[in-house]
Design a protein around this ligand. Structure first.
Ligand code: FAD
Length: 735
């Protein structure tokens, strides 16, 4: 999910060219003139962008859909007035697949001297002596006015589909340019009257198959273009709101404005992750995810751009309306989102389960191990969701952790020097997927394994690492997270718990709250004020404190789910050894924040797999109830499924990218809101049964998801705090 140096080079080269040549003024001038920007077209061709996906034997560069997407994204940002999508993505791709019949056109298409376009709307074909006669009308044929070669499909009376190439001067061809709101992508009404042609280029099933493939590629590349549209709307808005002053300050300083911009960024990054994933496959769901999320991002961002510009946003001379119109016209092409959702719903709700992932050797190993070990006393845990699930028994869950640890599945990505297996990311992903497919239960040791352990590796002394990592790795020692306090929730720097040095011990007094699994844990890491009188982020340290001691009282708090995983933890002169501060004394804020950063790490893979499991549960319910494939509920299910595709793509992008990347900033907000909406959907699918508490295990799990997912947008940085972070840290808006 990261771009290779060559891909980055293409992206930068096109972006640089367009930054210089495809300004708003150039676009507006070209739109007025009514012809494509010929100079820009030539420069794009000189960069090799017209021959990209042709094979080397065909005079191309042999590249794939992702490279097309990277170019489309840049062209979308500038609304570049060139028929690149029509000629290259549609026309050249199609002709490149046809072999000898189409070879004559490829050199011209590759060097940009020939422009093609393609329409999916079929006209009528009639066999006549010496060939075919074509008649019909194509209401909106993009780029028909500037193309040298028009590729059209036509149906015979028996329904068979044929493909023809028409030179623009073909007798009987009439091209009438249309007046359009989205004037940045010209189209014409094309009339075919008794056109006689000797040859058709392709026909029948083989043509239908080629067009089905082309439709998936086109939808993916168009999604990338929509992301470019959305990105430019955000960039225009950021620039405007940072300069516009109202109430004595830039409007960018208002939280409502910051949150709007942050939400735009969330929608853009998810859609970008989705098209990266779609470009690597030709499966329906990832492509539908890219298409639908990108349409949504473009339309949402264009609408917000107009809103954030205020009155000038409604003016012709400002650009947001150009993007608003392009976002809309793009969303109608190659199938509206609702059509893609219908197809996904049909695939999901059909009786047979969705296709299984291919079983790689490593997944087979994991699967065999799980089949063997998820038995005996652990059989009851199969499919158990974990916290929030009534059947979740902590003592049994800990024995299961030990069993997993003995199999080498705890800390599997840790370096071998720390007792791990240093497994590559791909195998960790494979493990989590196989785990969920085998009905592996929710895990109880994640605070130790996934939050504290990486922090210990980054900040711990060798003595601390040797003391604590083996217990976490073996599933014998459990940790709680002591950050929140009654007066320090979102404003964590308001921590009041204090620790005073006495001899070779810290004496701790104060209170933590909402402490998950404290009642089941052996240790807690406590953010405490170790410098008396210090304020805010300064003078804090992260202390490692044993929980089982007289100075600590733990009181479970009952949650809205009915169960009690979190607690109040009171420290009344509790003690820990003087050496047990993680990182430097007084620098606890940085350590604590970096620890939170690990929450976006590999742990998200297990979470993705869990979400996938929940989706499968919901689908089983929907199939059992015979949910109609064309219903609104079915569309919501399809929407949830493609949302999950995008989350997964984003998580993989986060894990393979650099820390602090745009996609990592949006991850928490994106998954928690997806899960909250999914919980509501689960309740709606259950209908009146959502209100019951009964022994139907599958329904009971979905009810728990409905209730428990309410917490996701609160803990680990609430929605509002996430939006503040995205706006201020990722978008650089004022604090
Ligand atoms: C299930 C669950 C498990 C948890 N587990 C742990 C744990 O193990 N350890 C731990 O330390 N903590 C834990 N927490 C606590 C969690 O981190 C806090 O609940 C969270 O940080 C929010 O703090 P708060 O509850 O005090 O809400 P508040 O900070 O009072 O916020 C209330 C509302 O105001 C909004 N708000 C606050 N400040 C702003 C602002 N500046 N701008 C806009 N809106 C704002 C919030 O977004 C929220 O909607 C857990 C919470 C839950 C729900």
């Amino acid at each position: 999910m990261t771009l290779s140096p060559e891909q980055q080079a293409i992206q930068v080269a096109v972006a640089d060219l367009l930054a210089g040549q495809a300004s708003s003024a150039a676009l507006r001038a070209a739109m007025l003139a009514g012809d494509i920007d010929r100079k820009l077209w030539q420069q794009i061709a000189e960069l090799g962008c017209c021959a990209l996906q042709l094979s080397e034997a065909q005079g191309g560069l042999g590249m794939g859909t992702l490279e097309l997407c990277l170019i489309a994204e840049q062209l979308g940002r500038r609304l570049a007035y060139v028929p690149w999508f029509e000629s290259v993505v549609l026309g050249t791709s199609l002709l490149g697949e046809l072999g000898a019949e189409a070879e004559q056109w490829l050199p011209g298409l590759a060097d940009g001297s020939l422009i093609s376009t393609f329409s999916t709307d079929p006209v009528q074909a009639l066999p006549v002596a010496g060939g075919w006669r074509l008649d019909g009308r194509i209401e909106q044929f993009q780029a028909a006015g500037s193309a040298d070669l028009l590729l059209v499909t036509a149906r015979l009376a028996d329904g068979e589909l044929l493909l023809f190439a028409l030179p623009r001067d073909a007798q009987g061809l009439s091209i009438s340019p249309l007046q359009l709101h989205d004037a940045s992508r010209p189209a014409a009404c094309v009339q075919l009257t008794g056109i006689l042609l000797a040859d058709c280029l392709a026909r029948g099933n083989s043509l239908e198959e080629k067009l089905a493939r082309l439709r998936l590629t086109a939808a993916t590349v168009l999604a990338a273009e929509q992301v470019g549209v959305a990105q430019q709307c955000l960039d225009l808005s950021l620039s405007y709101v940072s300069g516009r002053v109202q109430f004595g300050q830039p409007i960018a300083a208002f939280q409502a404005v910051k949150h709007r911009c942050a939400q735009m960024m969330v929608s853009i990054e998810l859609a970008r992750s989705a098209f990266y994933a779609a470009a690597a496959t030709s499966d329906l769901q990832p492509v539908a995810a890219a298409r639908c999320l990108a349409n949504e991002a473009a339309q949402f961002c264009a609408q917000e751009a107009i809103q954030l510009h205020g009155g000038v946003g409604f003016c012709w001379e400002y650009d947001p309306h150009l993007y608003f119109k392009r976002a809309q016209s793009n969303s109608q092409w190659f199938g509206m989102s609702t059509r893609w959702l219908d197809q996904v719903a049909a695939e999901l709700l059909q009786e047979a389960l969705p296709h299984e992932l291919p079983e790689e050797a490593f997944q087979a190993e994991v699967h065999a191990w799980l089949e063997q070990h998820l038995s005996g006393e652990f059989l009851a845990m199969r499919g158990c969701l974990g916290p929030g699930d009534d059947s979740f028994a902590p003592a049994l869950a800990k024995r299961w952790e030990q069993c997993l640890a003995a199999g080498g599945w705890v800390g599997m990505g840790w370096p071998t020097a720390h007792g791990g297996r240093d497994l590559p990311l791909a195998q960790q992903v494979a493990f989590h997927e196989a785990y969920v497919r085998a009905g592996g239960p929710g895990r109880i040791g994640h605070i130790g394994e996934q939050l504290l352990a990486p922090t210990l590796m980054a900040y711990g002394t060798p003595a601390q690492q040797q003391r604590f990592l083996p217990g976490i790795r073996a599933g014998t020692s459990y940790w709680a997270q002591g950050y929140s306090e009654p007066d320090a929730g979102s404003d964590l720097a308001n921590v009041k718990t204090r620790a005073k040095r006495e001899g070779d011990e810290w004496i701790i007094n104060g209170q933590k709250v909402w402490t998950s699994w404290a009642q089941e844990s052996d240790w807690i890491f406590v953010l405490a004020r170790t410098e008396a009188g210090s304020q805010r982020h300064r003078g804090l340290s992260l202390l490692l404190v044993p929980l089982r001691q007289p100075g600590i009282t733990i009181r479970p708090i009952r949650q809205m789910t009915g169960s009690a995983e979190f607690n109040e933890v009171f420290f009344d002169s509790a003690r820990t050894e003087a050496s047990l501060h993680l990182g430097e004394l007084g620098q606890g804020w940085k350590v604590a924040m970096d620890l939170l950063g690990f929450e976006r790490g590999v742990s998200t893979l297990g979470q993705q797999a869990q979400f996938e499991h929940e989706l499968q549960l919901l689908l089983s319910q929907a199939r059992r109830d015979g949910l109609a494939q064309q219903s609104v509920l079915a569309q919501r299910i399809a929407s949830a499924a493609i949302g999950l595709q995008a989350l997964r793509a984003n998580a993989l992008r986060v894990l393979s990218g650099a820390a602090g990347s745009p996609e990592s900033f949006v991850a928490k907000y994106a998954w928690s809101n997806w899960h909250r909406d999914f919980g509501r959907l689960a309740a709606d699918v259950l209908g009146p049964r959502a209100n019951l508490i009964d022994a139907d295990a599958a329904a009971q799990r979905l009810r728990q998801v409905w209730l428990y997912s309410r917490a996701d947008t609160i803990y680990a940085g609430s929605n509002e705090i996430q939006l503040n972070l995205i706006a201020e840290r990722a978008l650089g808006m004022p604090r």
